[in-house]
Design a protein around this ligand. Structure first.
Ligand SMILES: [Zn+2]
Length: 149
């Protein structure tokens, strides 16, 4: 038996309901199911799940990856600063935008881990990503810090 691939995910055959599900379903899985429902707000799970998804994405370059996030409507990532070992990614229009503020909560770690997994596979090097800002925390946007080693 084979494994599911990202390509399989795109094979959709639904006449009535089509290929879209509402954002509130994605949010419910992410925030009620994972963040709230798993131990430690799902931390170790989101790393595993996110990296695995990231590795499966059919992208060959950073530009393609950023573009793919827009296509998937996760958000609109913008690389803000890039040095040899560090970059910052601002996630405009993040999926969490509009959720009422709850101070102290950074909830978009899975999406960061997807970036991490995709970049590690693409660049064949260690990438560590940390969520440093989040709309839900009351910040002006969601933001990740990436350390490349
Ligand atoms: Zn967010």
């Amino acid at each position: 038996m084979g494994e599911f691939t990202f390509d399989d995910m795109k094979k959709i055959n639904r006449d009535e309901l089509g290929e879209m599900v509402p954002l509130e379903l994605f949010r419910a899985i992410r925030l009620i199911g994972m963040y709230q429902g798993l131990p430690m707000n799902g931390k170790s799970t989101t790393i595993t799940v996110g990296r695995k998804i990231g590795e499966s994405l059919p992208v060959q370059s950073l530009e393609e990856l950023l573009d793919f996030f827009i296509q998937l409507k996760i958000g609109m990532p913008v690389v803000e600063k890039k040095s040899e070992n560090e970059m910052r990614v601002i996630m405009k229009e993040c999926f969490c935008k509009g959720i009422p503020v709850q101070k102290g909560k950074l909830v978009c770690d899975l999406e960061g881990s997807i970036l991490e997994g995709a970049l590690m596979k693409m660049w064949q090097r260690e990438v560590h990503i940390r969520e440093v800002k989040c709309n839900v925390n009351g910040d002006e946007h969601c933001e990740y810090k990436l350390i490349l080693s």
